[in-house]
Design a protein around this ligand. Sequence first.
Ligand code: BG6
Length: 465
Amino acid sequence: HKRIEKFPDDFLFGAGTSSFQVEGGIKEGGRGIAVHDLKKPKKGITDFSVASDHYHRFEEDIELMKELGLNSYRFSISWVRILPDGKNINKEGLDFYNRLIQKLTDSGIEPIVTIYHFEYPKALVDKYKGWLSRESIEDYVNFAGILFSNYGDRVKYWLTINEQDHLLKIPERIGFPAEMTGLEYERNAQTANYNMCVAAAKVTELCHKMIPGAKIAPIINPMPAIPASNLPDDLIASMEFNELSAYYMLDLNCRGKYSPVYRKYLEDRDIFPEINDDDMKLMKDNPPDFIAVNYYMNQTIAVSSIKEIALRGKEVFVSEEVGIYKIAKNEYIPQTDWGWNICPEGLKIAIMEIYNRYQLPMLITENGLGAYDKLENGEIHDSYRIDYISRHLSQVKDCISLGFPVFGYYAWSFIDLVSGREGMDKRYGFVYVNRDNDDLKDLSRIKKDSYYWYKKTIAERGQDL
Ligand code: BG6
């Protein structure tokens, strides 16, 4: 089909970060303790205490964004900088983000804010077990309301919860004890999931009341399945994989409904949470304005021969009643050094499927390549990252040409940051941070080859893609 020559003039060309992965300064500015602070880092890896030192260098970093030509920047606000104990406001925290947002808007960069990106106050876990309690809903709404009243004059795009679908699989990020496993874990995760959905609906309603013209969305990380063969059962297994890994979430956020496959999955295991009609109505009445999609990889799915009731989140996902599936290899799809599938077409599949199901505009809020970068004579030649991002961005261009309403793309990440599980070994940024896991060095910023490539791409509005 015919393709547009360039991306539209108002397309948001951005890049993103999250507070705990980039800021550091965890003992400064009155910041409280977040749940992931408690995890013992292994040999410097996943130690977030200094991270990329953005807390002290954000002005220099925004200058680099400006020079790159970003017209938008996605970042998250640390809950524990604003409310160290989950309840009382810390003015220093408010001031920090005030200065950051002001510097962005003064630089002509549209801020897009993730309200909650994995950073949950430990105090609320101690007080009432965090998301397991209904009290968590009001505390999240309170936090969001503080952000809306302080920054709503300048921030028009908001994101409720980062990757709730993945977050619920990582115990230390939701404050569940490590010993909680199996069915008990799943049952509690379902309660937390429900409370988060209610909380997100309330915050969506509040955002629309408090900030005229603002837009707000949930963020999901879909991994659209490709059937392993032309066996019809492989296609059914793929569809069920999509239902249980992504759509279940969006059906709740966009329609206030448990999708049939998801409901059956929960009922068969006797883990369907306690729900009430008022909450479900609240969700239905407060759908998001758009859908934010983080895309890194897809999966290839085959029907499984194992017949037993099992839980999601394991390598083999099986269930007699609702279908059976397992993750399969795909000879056409290469992988990153960390075994993540590289399939740009998967992004197109996600965009097409999500739009056809929900008819909402979309933002691609994360997409990027984690890789070992080498600093050689002050330069980083990351052609692999240029290749990855250009091929994914090209799929976005294709989708826009086809008429799908994607209005922005945010590469992950603007600057190197501490990867969730691999520390500084697995780098994502356009800007290199001169440190490694064990040695903080001088933390200086160095532009990678991909920085110059993205700069040119933005300036030409993607005409070479
Ligand atoms: C996304 C998260 O799921 O994946 C990011 O929103 C994260 O916070 C990114 O950094 C990449 O994952 P990882 O484990 O390589 O850091």
